[in-house]
Design a protein around this ligand. Structure first.
Ligand code: ZN
Ligand code: ZN
Length: 82
């Protein structure tokens, strides 16, 4: 198996993202026009920022390395049902 680029998930809905918004957040076609999503760190209250790591995109606290709070993109999507 050759390593493939991991498909990133839309920060809004968790569907496969097709592009990034102005803040570098992966978004799907449906959410590309949304204002950039903001997530506050539950540990320190600072904003979380989308970062790209070896295993894809994730939310990391702006207070890093003081605060090491992170979330998977999928963990912070709003699931408002079908
Ligand atoms: Zn979306
Ligand atoms: Zn924090």
């Amino acid at each position: 198996m050759s390593p493939e680029t991991q498909m990133s998930k839309c920060v809004f809905c968790g569907e496969n993202a097709t592009r990034k918004n102005s803040n570098g957040q992966p978004v799907c076609n449906e959410h590309m026009r949304e204002d950039p999503k903001s997530v506050a760190c539950p540990e320190c209250g600072l904003p979380m920022k989308i970062k790209e790591g070896r295993y894809g995109f994730f939310w990391g606290c702006e207070g890093y390395p003081k605060c090491k709070q992170t979330f998977q993109v999928e963990a912070v999507v709003e699931k408002d049902g079908d």
